[in-house]
Write a protein that binds this ligand. Structure first.
Ligand SMILES: [Cu+2]
Length: 337
């Protein structure tokens, strides 16, 4: 569809150029008309041109319990599989966007700079209480918007662009995780040796609304690509207790999150310390659902992390938790799953 549109735009330019050539002797008025048409065609081509804006670091500053967060909405190519790039709509140029961490009781002042010259974007933090019609509103192209809200609930929350159609903005890459640490911590904090964050998501045909609506995902991935947690396994030492902050951002599928070779000591559903479960094999994550998952690794080796919906694992949602005697990467080839 996109290629067709582009071909169509190029066709218009060729026609314009041909018509310009055949009317060399025309008077000023038609010359002016041609110039205007050419300018319009160039503008149309520029609108068609894919942007690839370099990633921008988010700015996070704290003053007491007031946290200022500054992020960008931008269009950036991201690698979703070996050599496969997706022209993504992003927060700060990465998919998922930056992992944010605040504390229960913080007040967030959030600024979104929309670097996308063509369409509006916005921010919907699942971690806050706010009227969406006032605080999750569109920020127009090349503009910025600032919003203030409290983060009064601890948890592992999704954030995403909420601009219509939301499905397109999420499927194109505009999501991430904000962790709100409980004000008194988790009861198991003192036992934890290592912490990681995993975001599960889907990739469909690039910017194809029909595929987002009605087709199966081409990839289901952890942390943005089908290789992120294979090329760079999560590391642990024998005997460590490992905590994973996990969220399934969808947009369409649920996750059956499972770590092969372990039983979860504790799971805090949605990351709230009151929602504790023990001895879980698999935790189900709704679209946008999160959890804090804790496991103890007792033996050296590679432990695959999967969604136990194996059609999705086969499409990329596999990571490796690599356990070694010293906690360092031994560089072993990753075992398949
Ligand atoms: Cu958006």
């Amino acid at each position: 569809m996109k290629a067709l549109t582009k071909g169509f735009a190029l066709g218009i330019i060729v026609i314009l150029l041909l018509s310009a050539c055949s009317k060399v002797a025309n008077n000023d008025a038609s010359h002016h008309a041609n110039e205007t048409a050419t300018k319009q065609a160039v503008a149309a081509t520029q609108a068609e041109e894919k942007l690839n804006q370099p990633p921008v670091e988010p700015v996070v500053t704290r003053d007491g319990n007031k946290v200022h967060i500054e992020m960008t909405a931008q269009v950036t190519d991201v690698e979703i599989s070996d050599g496969v790039f997706y022209n993504a709509w992003t927060f700060n140029g990465t998919v998922p966007g930056p992992v944010l961490r605040v504390k229960e009781g913080d007040e967030i002042t959030f600024t979104l700079k929309n670097m996308d010259p063509y369409i509006p974007h916005s921010m919907d933090f699942h971690a806050v209480h706010a009227a969406p019609s006032k605080k999750f509103i569109d920020v127009m192209p090349d503009q910025e918007g600032t919003f203030t809200y409290p983060a009064n609930n601890p948890g592992v929350f999704m954030y995403h662009c909420g601009t219509k159609p939301v499905l397109a903005h999420i499927a194109n890459g505009m999501y991430g995780v904000i962790i709100v640490e409980p004000k008194d911590g988790y009861p198991s904090d003192s036992e934890i040796d290592r912490e990681y964050t995993i975001v599960q998501s889907e990739w469909y045909k690039e910017n194809d609304m029909e595929a987002f609506l009605n087709e199966e995902p081409e990839y289901v991935v952890f942390n943005g690509s089908d290789f992120a947690l294979k090329k760079h396994p999560l590391l642990a030492k024998v005997g460590d207790k490992v905590r994973i902050y996990v969220n399934n951002v969808g947009p369409n599928e649920v996750s059956s999150f499972h770590i092969v070779g372990t039983v979860m000591d504790r799971v805090y559903l949605d990351g709230n310390p009151n929602n504790v479960l023990y001895g879980m094999q698999t935790v189900m994550l709704a679209a946008s659902g999160g959890a804090v998952v804790e496991v103890t690794v007792t033996e050296a080796g590679d432990y695959p992390i999967v969604t136990h919906q194996f059609n999705h694992a086969s499409k990329g949602a596999v990571g490796i938790l690599r356990v070694t005697e010293d906690g360092l990467d031994n560089g072993n080839a990753v075992m398949g799953h």
